[in-house]
Design a binder for this molecule. Structure first.
Ligand SMILES: *Cc1c(COP(=O)(O)O)cnc(C)c1O
Length: 237
């Protein structure tokens, strides 16, 4: 497919159009490298967006969403779920241990497991509530001090611990590359860690780099502004 989709911000965009355009770009990239588009899940990131935009995505038939704050998700998703069946909600932001109970109640997938206390707490709460969340481990591939995630050199041991000792339902790894570095290097690093640990899930790629992420094997891309437009408030959280 030689067809290129040019995002048009100036014309009156709709969430449905943007969703379709992002999906086409994912499909085009998957096709180019001979991957099945069915192996790539588009996680629509609705954080800091007016709820009407999220509602528009639901009305367009989209069902997989990401939120980075437990509090914000608690404010909008119980109601949205009552009105729309089949929603799959991913937590993509840092999780404090005092919010574990709310997180397990609200989310289907926790992408940001990154320390033993959190892993243990999640296991305990899932046993208590009888609700099993699927988990990803976040890896701080850029080794940025201010960023969450287990360090690359500690990843193997932590993965083993989460799987064998804690007993989490672990499906993959997640990363957020440093803003000023070539994301491909980080995607390749994450993929290598996943491969040597026998994990098939790779959550990587955002609005600016999801096609690159698909080329490097992403199974989940987390796309916000390319679907919903610019967020209110301060930059990417
Ligand atoms: C906000 C956010 C995204 C989406 O960012 P966009 O650049 O708007 O696509 C993806 N992943 C995480 C962890 C985020 O916090």
């Amino acid at each position: 497919m030689a067809h290129m989709v040019t995002p048009s911000v100036a014309t009156a965009w709709t969430v449905a159009d943007n969703l379709a355009a992002v999906s086409r770009r994912i499909a085009t990239e998957a096709h180019r490298i001979d991957r099945s588009v069915d192996d790539i899940t588009l996680v629509a990131v609705g954080k800091s967006q007016p709820v009407e935009r999220v509602e528009a995505a639901l009305q367009a038939g989209h069902r997989v969403f990401g939120e980075n704050r437990v509090q914000e998700a608690a404010g909008k998703w119980p109601d949205l779920r009552r009105r729309h069946d089949g929603v799959e909600l991913h937590l993509i932001g840092p999780l404090q241990t005092n919010k574990i109970r709310d997180a397990v109640r609200l989310f289907d997938v926790i992408q940001t497991v990154d320390r033993p206390r959190l892993a243990d707490g999640l296991r305990r709460e899932m046993d208590r509530s009888g609700r099993e969340c699927t988990c990803f481990i976040q890896v701080n591939t850029g080794e940025e001090p201010q960023k969450a995630g287990v360090l690359p050199q500690e990843a193997d041991a932590f993965i083993t611990r989460c799987r064998a000792d804690v007993g989490l339902t672990l499906v993959g790894l997640m990363c957020i590359p440093p803003a000023d570095e070539e994301p491909a290097l980080h995607f390749a690093l994450l993929r290598g860690i996943a491969e040597r640990n026998g994990l098939s899930g790779l959550s990587m790629g955002m609005s600016g780099d999801f096609e690159t992420a698909v080329a490097f094997g992403a199974t989940h891309v987390r796309v916000g502004s390319a679907i919903f437009g610019e967020r209110a408030g301060t930059g990417p959280g």
